[in-house]
Design a protein around this ligand. Sequence first.
Ligand code: FES
Length: 195
Amino acid sequence: MKFTLNQQEVEIQGVSPETPLLYVLRNDMQLNGPKFGCGLGECGACAVLIDGKVARSCSVPVSVVQGMKVTTLEGLSQDATQAEHARVARDWEAAHPAAVPGMPAGKPAADAPVKAVYRLHPVQQAFIDEQAAQCGYCTNGMVMALVALFDHKPTATDEEVTQALSGHLCRCGTHVEIMRAAARARVLIAQGGAA
Ligand code: FES
């Protein structure tokens, strides 16, 4: 079976055609953005985009996506350009001056500004900016549903956002922050991308 996964052609062998797409993504492709929640198509944690439409990968046999485009959470962000990497390195060195003048400051630590290394999708950036996750289990589905919605209609209203997210369950009660993130994503998209 061949399909396009996060902008790259992939070929899957040795997997039953009935295997849920979610299992292939997580177990064979090591993509852990989509989560296993209910396994029954009811919670939304496993959401991915199939040809741009949000779908529950636990309930889609992998054979269905033959020849199609699958996008996971990992496929939403892009590698930064060389220039962006250089800027991150400069910023990091400025914030971490060498202990010995003239010596290199060393490689970036865990606190390096990851935000600048990857160009996040505006929806991802908005979730970070609004701290719209508590346990984070539903976040994948919420983000993918909003990406599908805003790709289709960048000016989607709060009501349309609520409708798009209605089948995605959040047990922590982070709905207020998620709605704020959606509103922020709308602004970032109108501005032409993430900050
Ligand atoms: Fe797929 Fe719940 S794990 S909808």
